[in-house]
Design a protein around this ligand. Structure first.
Ligand code: CP
Ligand code: NVA
Length: 308
């Protein structure tokens, strides 16, 4: 991979996207091959929001590759308040080999990346969650094979996860249908960019307000929280608006009988998904979570290893 940073799946070519998924497979099947590849490398992990999976998989991933990760909590560095992104990046590059960042404004990740010669990895912003979507597409490929034949239905909020799934679908050349309440559609600029990305890949796309229409014949049904991190104040109103978009057995019955149920987690059982669906045989939510590790390790290796 020729890029310095990993900020959006949009930045990858179709070839780089599929190559990366192949590399993740090798990383998962032959982890011992990569045990010492990042010996003495250090990753700084900036978190402005909570995390279980992302923090654990980056930290465990660095350890498994022979390196180390240092966690910086929201209260530690207070990007933009205590110190500007540029100054933070200019300090961190003196001591570490890469920066992973989870923050609110997407521009902060861009500013950090532009301020330093070391790699910057987007570990979720209000706009995108690219590491998640790579793990999700790896999981779909593991379970369903050829991505080009897959129909992915996303039901719920047109948020960061939805945006990165859109870019991944465009690169994979699959079909994606999105159902959101009116006013909660994905960002039109992201939709436009994904359509351009998918011009030559076979990408097909449908946006609707009807969840039953979206899941019709789907190979995978994906949902995410109705109130993302930073939107907690709006949660009660969102629960009312989104309740027709709950993924329950009735909705799953409209997808293919062997359709996967997917969720990036954390899930809010009884809200966007019922226990019945979350705990069903069709649910691959913990496979997705496991695959976060293999994706993170692949990314870290591609970006942090010397002479890349
Ligand atoms: N899916 C995901 O990114 O989980 P965390 O917020 O726990 O990292
Ligand atoms: N859309 C969710 C994803 C969490 C992994 C959020 O941003 O909170």
């Amino acid at each position: 991979m020729m890029h310095k940073d990993f900020i959006s799946i949009h930045d990858l070519s179709l070839y780089e996207f599929s190559e990366m998924l192949d590399f993740v497979k090798t990383m998962k099947e032959k982890p011992q091959r990569f045990q010492k590849k990042l010996k003495n490398k250090i990753l700084a992990m900036i978190f402005q929001k909570p995390s279980l999976r992302t923090r654990m998989t980056f930290e465990v991933g660095m350890l498994q590759l022979g390196g180390k990760a240092i966690y910086l909590a929201p209260s530690d560095i207070q990007i933009g308040t205590r110190e500007a992104p540029y100054d933070i990046a200019k300090n961190l590059e003196l001591w570490v080999h890469g920066i992973m960042v989870r923050t609110f404004a997407h521009q902060i990740v861009i500013d950090l990346a532009q301020s330093t010669h070391i790699p910057v990895i987007n570990a979720l912003t209000d706009l995108l969650h690219p590491c998640q979507a790579m793990a999700d597409f790896f999981t779909i490929k593991e379970k369903k094979g050829a991505l080009a034949k897959v129909k992915l239905a996303y039901v719920g909020d047109g948020n960061n996860v939805c945006h990165s799934l859109l870019f991944a679908s465009a690169k994979a050349g699959c079909e994606m249908a999105i159902a959101t309440p009116s006013g909660y559609e994905p960002n039109p600029e992201i939709v436009k960019q994904a359509a351009e990305d998918g011009k030559d890949s076979g990408f097909r796309f449908n946006l609707t307000n009807d969840p039953f229409e979206a899941v019709q014949g789907a190979d995978a049904v994906y949902t995410d929280t109705w109130a993302s991190m930073g939107q907690e104040h709006d949660k009660e109103q969102r629960i009312k608006i989104f309740s027709p978009y709950q993924v329950n057995s009735n909705l799953m019955a409209k997808a293919k009988p062997d359709a996967l149920f997917m969720h990036c987690l954390p899930a809010h059982r009884g809200e966007e998904v019922t226990d019945e669906v979350m705990d069903s045989k069709q649910s691959v939510v913990f496979n997705q979570a496991e695959n976060r590790l293999h994706v993170q390790k692949t990314l870290l290796l591609l970006l942090l290893k010397e002479n890349k």
